[in-house]
Design a protein around this ligand. Sequence first.
Ligand code: G2I
Length: 434
Amino acid sequence: MTMAMTTGASAGTTLGASAAEKGRYFGAAVAVNKLSNSTYTTILNREFNSVVAENEMKWASNEPQQGVFNHSSGDRLVSHAQANGMSVRGHTLLWHAQQPGWAQGMSGSALRSAMINHVTQVATHYRGKIHSWDVVNEAFADGGSGGRRDSNLQRTGNDWIEAAFRAADAADPGAKLCYNDYNTDGINAKSTGIYNMVRDFKSRGVPIDCVGFQSHLGTSLASDYQANLQRFADLGVDVQITELDVMTGGNQANIFGAVTRACMNVSRCTGITVWGVRDCDSWRGSDNALLFDCNGNKKAAYTNVLNALNAGPGIPTTPPTTTPPPTDPPPTTPPPTTGGCSASVSLNSWNGGFVASVKVTAGSAGTNGWNVSVTLPSGAGVTNTWSATASGSSGTVRFASVDYNSRLTAGQVAEFGFQGTGSGAGMTPTCTAS
Ligand code: G2I
């Protein structure tokens, strides 16, 4: 007798594989010191294809003294992820909590400058290695106001969030940049406040790519959970479930399943992260809020999540690009210059400082290397630079291409940036190519 074979090709048997079949990731928050525990890493490596550091990439952890960075734990997680084919969420560049003492004591333009420097340095350190960054975490108030939470960061000016997104974009243009918050699990005053901010950012070109819904849940799920995800997706951002855990009780397994189905039903919901591996790893302690019990056994909630992943629709893939017919007219946009290169600068300024993002466009001959000269207004100074090497820090400063962005084909664009003190207004860059 010949038996039909089930290959499992269309129904994964682990959370990560099932999510991947649907074009998504399924991740866990990791306490980096537990990576040496083999029970823990066995589950992590088997089930998950994305990780996020539960605490180790927070400001207090990686910049314990001003300007002194320690990325050892974060790097360890990134290496583990790379060795095991997992993507990495970055959590979090700026948050009112878990700030180092030195930042807690700062205010005004000194704090604004320190905060932008933190974003720039950390995003630059991990450049190219982070799938999505929680650029700003939990900046909205609970309750009915729909407004911002008071914090030292908020008191530097209401534009602190967009300043952070611009700095993160300049430092790591390839990462998805997310705003992340909790108590946003339905259409309510807080989620609507965030919705309005995202809509405003999209209309003004502030570089935001995604919104994270932490989803630390109790014993019921808002009936408009999916509708809320969808209204954000309709603004043109991805949505992600970023810190899912659910209070134990009769509904736990159902709620985990319902959250997973909601994500699957929203084509821009690109992944789910649970906030820990086993119940005993969770910050929620006796809530037993996760998918594995303390012995590492799969719970009913696990089965519901896996089934929902396997039953859900995949993310529509973009149709393959068709080769244009040979008679197509050449592109109508002329190259920006003939030979040489051109440069333009965009500024993100605050009282006492700025971040400049510079675009270099190669002329018709392409480049083997390029230099951009910028004359700073008097009193202004460059404090750090990324994706270029600076000569000088005031007056006329020359920025030279680095190995990975020297060679540009005709019309190709490279971007670099620098942070400065004082005012950067009115800078006119000039570009020369070699
Ligand atoms: O509070 C739950 C999460 C809410 N959203 C943002 C997340 O970043 C946050 O994670 C939690 C971690 O799960 C906890 O592990 O953030 C807490 C801090 O606000 C973390 O707790 C801290 C303790 O407060 C510290 O005493 C401890 O040293 O964990 C640290 C490392 O174990």
